[in-house]
Structures are given as C-alpha cells and as structure tokens.
Design a protein around this ligand. Structure first.
Ligand SMILES: [Mn+2]
Length: 284
C-alpha cells in the first residue's frame, strides 16, 4: 500500500536488510535530574521531519537518494539502568556488524556511553566529538557513577584521554573544568577551534554526540537543562560541515524534550540538523 504516512523519519522507507543508513530511537531518560521528558524525543523528531524537504540546498544532496531505514524505538526496561544500557550496547553492535550506518535519536545523554562502547569494540583508536552546553565530566552525581552528568567521564574511560573533543561547553563545576584543562579536551566552537580538532583527529574514526542544549535556548527551548549563551543554527550547520572532513562513523542527537516546547520548533530544528548530518556524513 502506498500513500500512507507512517511514523518514521522522513524518507526512511527502506527495509532494514536493504538500507545503508539505520535510524534508531533510544527513548531513555531514567537519570534526568531537572526536567525529564527526552524519552519522547525520537517520536517528536519523526513527526517534525515530515514538515521539511528531503533536499538540502546547503549541501545539494537529497535524502531520497539514500536507502534509509527507521527501526523505531528500542524497547527499554526503564527501571533498570544497567539492563537498559546493555540492551542499547547490544543493539548498536548488531547494526554496526550488519554494515549499516547508525543514526541514534535520544533520549538523555547517558545513552552515548553504551553506543561508544559498541563502536570501541569494533573500531580502533576511536575519537569522540561532544557538542554540548554541559561538560558532563563528574566522576559521580548524587552518588551515581552512571548519569547524564557523568557520561563523558565514563566515555573517556572507554576511549582514553586524548580521544575526547568538547565544543560549546558553558556549564560545569570548577573541578570538571580543571580536569578538562588537564586533559586538553575543551575546544572553541569556531572555525579555528574546529579545524584545530580536525588536525588532531586526522584519519581516526570519529563518533559525534550532539546534545541539542549546545544550541541557544532561544532556538531550542525544548530540552531538559537549557543554558543561555549557546550556538545559533547557522553556526551549527557550518560547524557540522567542518566536522565532516573527518571519517564520521556514526552520530547521536540527544536531549530533545518536546514537552517543554509547545511551539514544536525545537523538534523542527532537531530534524533539520539530522537531515544535514546524514547528508554530510554518510558515504558509500
Ligand atoms: Mn547537555
């Protein structure tokens, strides 16, 4: 049957077996501390995506030229954090092993940890770019070592110091900033800063984690922990393009909390960024 709109991302109408790019929703928000609701992110992105064109005039590429599949949301046992993370890690591993290009929709930022573990088991010398307002380098938060505010500290343990490149950071504790300065992970989100990171990353496989709160709350209020003074849309588009000079092996877009933006513009911004990222980063 044709002519029926389904609840999948725009143009993601391939079957899994045939697809090159595989979109997966990871609707986990179990450790959100301030304003939960990012479990509703993936479906809000899917819905908003139908309002945009498949064609990017900026890149002169079209989603409809790609074979994209949207698997829907992974079923996650919400009350059991370890089991939720293990399930995500296993799902990501299967998608990579099947030769698909993974595009992951959060969910809160903790989901990046099992994703990075899945990539680390399969790619040597992995680099991770974090686009985020928050530094997320606490060793523990409220007595927990696994949390949205400790996630990049755990990621560092997985990939090793020197593998993490943080952009857009404007919130964190004194201790976290001093730790970041000792390992040299902070970069300015500017053409200079991005090119500098690109030179260090070189030919390494690169995973990108885009926490949407890196954007200014005036264009993306629908997130759990908004921070004023963020990046605007055109700066982000330009930055994502520069990151495309590296070998980007997959990415996540996390922390959209659609319930906090009745205008739905946040979801529209998120879906446009995902279109640009797919068209920027996927190549045969
Ligand atoms: Mn954040």
């Amino acid at each position: 049957m044709t002519d029926f709109l389904q609840n999948h991302f725009l143009s993601a109408d391939s079957q899994y077996e045939q697809c090159d790019v595989c979109i997966v929703g990871l609707p986990y928000d179990g450790t959100s501390s301030f304003r939960p609701g990012s479990r509703f992110g993936p479906n809000a992105i899917r819905k908003a995506s139908w309002g945009m064109e498949t064609y990017s005039p900026n890149l002169q590429r079209d989603l409809s030229d790609l074979k994209i599949c949207d698997l829907g949301d992974l079923e996650i046992p919400f009350g059991n954090k370890e089991m939720a993370l293990a399930k995500i890690r296993e799902a990501i591993g299967r998608i990579i092993d099947d030769g698909k290009y993974p595009v992951l929709l959060g969910g809160e930022h903790l989901i990046t940890l099992p994703i990075v573990e899945g990539f680390r088991d399969r790619f040597h010398d992995l680099a991770v770019v974090q686009l985020d307002a928050h530094i997320d380098l606490r060793d523990e938060y409220l007595g927990e070592t696994l949390s949205h505010s400790t996630v990049m500290r755990r990621v560092l343990e997985v990939i090793g110091a020197g593998g993490l490149f943080q952009f857009g950071i404007r919130s964190g504790s004194r201790e976290e900033f001093s730790y970041a300065n000792t390992i040299g992970s902070l970069y300015e989100f500017s053409e200079d800063g991005l090119h500098r990171a690109m030179r260090t990353i070189g030919n390494k496989p690169l995973y990108i984690s885009l926490d949407l709160d890196v954007l200014d709350p005036s264009i993306l209020p629908g997130t759990g922990n908004p921070e004023p003074g963020g990046i605007n849309f055109n700066e982000m588009i330009r930055g994502l393009q520069i990151l495309g000079k590296a070998h980007v092996i997959g990415f996540d877009v996390v922390e959209l909390s659609p319930g906090h933006d009745p205008s739905e513009v946040s979801s529209i911004v998120a879906s446009q960024l995902i279109r640009e990222m797919i068209l920027n980063y996927w190549s045969k």
